[in-house]
Design a protein around this ligand. Structure first.
Ligand code: 5RP
Length: 268
């Protein structure tokens, strides 16, 4: 990590579980069930993830899925979803609170806690409170916190640079150690104005593999510290090939063309 202050051994060691020596991570997000239930592609977490685990650096998931579906010899970083409070049955899913304490996360051998905060929503203050409480709680145990930035429906273009830049900088200002946001035009500006590693979420499944490769390539070129992708991996017909190719895009600087070629070769 290239920042001025030094972390404690405990925090840096946990960060090193998430990020490889090149400062990048391939994080697989499988936490969607915490508000979506058994979403298509992740109905059976063990089946959906067992072949993917060897090809990732870290796994973002809920505590219950960790202790029931992930082998205890999994050696990658564990990023535990620690916020929740609404389901897809609600008109507004942003009504979240902190759902896991840092001590419980450490008992599960977490490398980081992850909480969403929702800017531009009725629950902006409440979710910032949850995030900052978690940061304070985690600091006592030298546990990193990943902030998941989310922009409310009220803001016209949720994936616009000024809003994503706003949330990302806010997360860094509050003391989050890792920031997760969406890729957008001008993403390099978000990276520059957020003095913490920024990883990208994927969002809904894209139309083609090429779209996913271009997304990851562009984000990495713009300075992302890696990816935290979910649906674009495990909803793919070939999730194992997909994650291998994404790993190469992140760690081997593949271009989108090279990624397509690698995908074709692995598919043969
Ligand atoms: C759900 C999350 C997901 O982890 C995040 O959105 C990444 O998954 P995807 O790439 O499917 O969007 O935070 O709230």
């Amino acid at each position: 990590m290239k920042y001025l202050t030094k972390m404690s051994y405990g925090k840096e060691n946990r960060m090193n579980k998430i990020f490889q020596k090149d400062g990048k991570t391939v994080m697989l997000a499988i936490d969607h069930g915490y508000f979506m239930g058994p979403v298509t592609g992740m109905e059976e977490p063990i089946k959906a993830t067992e072949k993917l685990l060897p090809h990732i650096d870290s796994l973002m998931l809920s505590p219950g899925i960790l202790n029931s579906c992930v082998p205890t010899d999994f050696n990658g970083g564990i990023v535990l979803r620690s916020s929740g409070g609404s389901s897809i049955t609600q008109p507004d899913i942003t009504n979240e609170i902190m759902t896991l304490e840092a001590l419980e996360a450490v008992k599960l051998n977490a490398s980081a806690m992850a909480l969403s905060f929702y800017v531009g929503t009725e629950f902006e203050k409440q979710t910032i409170e949850a995030l900052t409480m978690a940061i304070n709680d985690a600091a006592k145990l030298e546990l990193p916190v990943l902030a998941v930035t989310a922009v409310g429906k009220a803001l016209k273009d949720k994936k616009e640079l000024r809003f994503l830049g706003l949330c990302s900088r806010m997360a860094a200002e509050f003391g989050a150690d890792i920031v997760k946001t969406y890729y957008c035009d001008g993403f390099e500006k978000i990276v520059k104005s957020t003095p913490k590693p920024v990883v990208i979420a994927g969002g809904k499944k894209l139309d083609s593999n090429r779209d996913v490769f271009e997304l990851v390539y562009s984000a990495m070129q713009a300075g992302a510290a890696g990816v935290d992708l979910g649906r674009n991996v495990w909803k793919n017909d070939d999730p194992e090939i997909m994650i291998k190719v994404i790993n190469a895009l992140v760690h081997k600087n593949l271009t989108a063309d090279q990624a397509e070629e690698m995908f074709r070769d692995l598919k043969k």
